[in-house]
Design a protein around this ligand. Sequence first.
Ligand code: SF4
Ligand code: SF4
Length: 175
Amino acid sequence: MDNHNETEGRLKTTGAASLAELHATKEYILPDEHMKHPVAVIECIEAIPCNPCETACPVHAITVGSEITNLPVIDIETCTGCGLCVAACPGLAIYLKQKEYAKGLSFIAFPFEYVPLPEAGQVIDMVDRHGRVVCKGTVIKVATIKKFNRTAIIHATYPVEQYEQVVNMQRLARD
Ligand code: SF4
Ligand code: SF4
């Protein structure tokens, strides 16, 4: 459900797709409550020559194919939720999500390239595709391992009612 009236073609005007644009694309797959672990959600709906997501996946759950401008297709039943594609994507267009992570809470793991980084346990402002704050979230973990190419991956929970809207967090103020 698009609760921000995102009916316009925002991909062309803001660089971020609206929910209406995503919903019109068969490659956009949002895992439902039957997934028992986080899996990759790909919001890449422009036909650009790019495929690091495909090559990064150790279990071949993402397919771009021989035509490099194809949109990536995710097989969420194969995805293990390792997060390597999240760190590999130069467009920051992939995150991990699980709808029912805990009672009333969804899970997201998203790339974050700003400092300061949040800390585990910190309450943060969760934002939608256009940077609008939609709810509070709580950081579970900040992963900054070498395998992730030094891109920090923030793990957080947030209210299930905002499952689809939330994609990232608001930047933190510097001291
Ligand atoms: S999270 Fe891991 S297993 Fe899933 S698509 Fe990305 S790289 Fe593949
Ligand atoms: S790496 Fe990112 S930008 Fe490139 S095709 Fe995959 S999802 Fe799209």
